[in-house]
Design a protein around this ligand. Structure first.
Ligand code: NAP
Length: 284
């Protein structure tokens, strides 16, 4: 069996096309979505991600406001910028690019973002709403994964979904979203015993670890859906996922590639959340 490749680029493109139409109709009503992007320090990977998010804003006619701060920025200075953006009417959403340089407290900074502008869905209110199954901002990567499954008509109900990774950014919210869709969810992490066996029992296997090719074909059930969230940069600069794609695709029924899988979906969902924020703030 050779798996069907889940084309994240195409799914994200379609999503952005729908958003483009919605944004144009919002603009006709005087509603202008805007995203403030805060980048602290000069981490090259973060600079690349931010540039790509800002480029997508431009393509969709979402105003983007770039705040590049030096790595020496204090918690107080960062907090004061967030406070200003919280009350800035042109800003519908605030994205704080992570990780922050050493010495800055990420949780404290995220908590400072107004819940109405928490388009990354990482604040306590957004995460609390996710647990409570209430509507709210859903963090972009897990939301993107769910949209990918939906686009492929993969219904998680009754399936065994295994999520490898338990970060607040990906693993935990993704597990909750799969649970919301009635999957039976197993969450694995660095202390999990029998990782191989658990992965091999998954109908849907989602991997968000950050270890190149750690999931090999023998860890995949024949006919499984494999979603690779990992992004790893090899010494020669190539980007690879957490799954050994070449061997895994011979075993899975569906597989998302890296690059071109979850990455584009993450950016599309950030745009989606920014549009929702703009609508909410305008009372529609
Ligand atoms: P993270 O915060 O470092 O979390 C990694 C998780 O993997 C942790 O829960 C950790 O377990 C677990 N883990 C580590 N080694 C393991 C092992 N040997 N076996 C099983 N589990 C193990 O990373 P993250 O922010 O969730 O990101 C994960 C990956 O996704 C990274 O490659 C990141 O670049 C990528 N990512 C991609 C996108 C995208 O848009 N495509 C977005 C976000 C992240 P413990 O909790 O026990 O330490």
């Amino acid at each position: 069996m050779t798996a069907q490749i889940i084309d994240g680029k195409k799914i994200a493109h379609d999503l952005k096309e729908d958003l483009r139409k919605e944004i144009s109709s919002l603009k006709a009503q005087g509603i202008n979505p805007g995203l403030a992007v805060i980048l602290v320090g000069d981490d090259p990977a973060s600079q690349k991600y931010v540039a790509s998010k800002e480029k997508t804003c431009e393509k969709l006619s979402i105003a983007s406001f770039h705040y590049g701060l030096p790595a020496t920025t204090t918690q107080k200075e960062l907090g004061e910028l967030i406070d200003r953006l919280n009350v800035d009417k042109k800003v519908s959403g605030i994205l704080l690019q992570l990780p922050l340089p050493k010495g800055l407290n990420e949780k404290e900074a995220i908590r400072r973002i107004s819940p109405e502008k928490d388009v990354d869905g990482l604040g306590p209110l957004s995460l609390g709403k996710l647990v409570l199954d209430e509507p709210g901002f859903i963090s972009c990567t897990p939301h993107g994964v769910m949209k990918m499954l939906e686009a492929c008509n993969i219904d998680p109900a009754g399936k065994h979904a295994v999520v490898v990774g338990r970060s607040v950014l990906v693993g935990k919210p993704l597990s909750l979203l799969l649970l919301r869709k009635n999957a039976t969810v197993t969450i694995c992490h660095s202390k999990t015993a029998n990782l191989r066996e658990i992965c091999a029992s998954a109908d849907i296997l989602c991997v968000a670890v950050g270890r190149a090719k750690m999931i090999t074909a023998d860890m995949i059930r024949k006919g499984a859906v494999v979603i690779d969230v990992g992004i790893n940069v090899s010494p020669d600069g190539r980007i690879t996922g957490d799954v050994d794609f070449e061997t895994a695709k011979e075993k899975a029924a569906y597989i998302s590639p890296v690059p071109g899988g979850v990455g584009p979906m993450t950016i599309a969902m950030l745009m989606y959340n920014t549009v929702i924020a703009a609508k909410m703030q305008s009372g529609i």
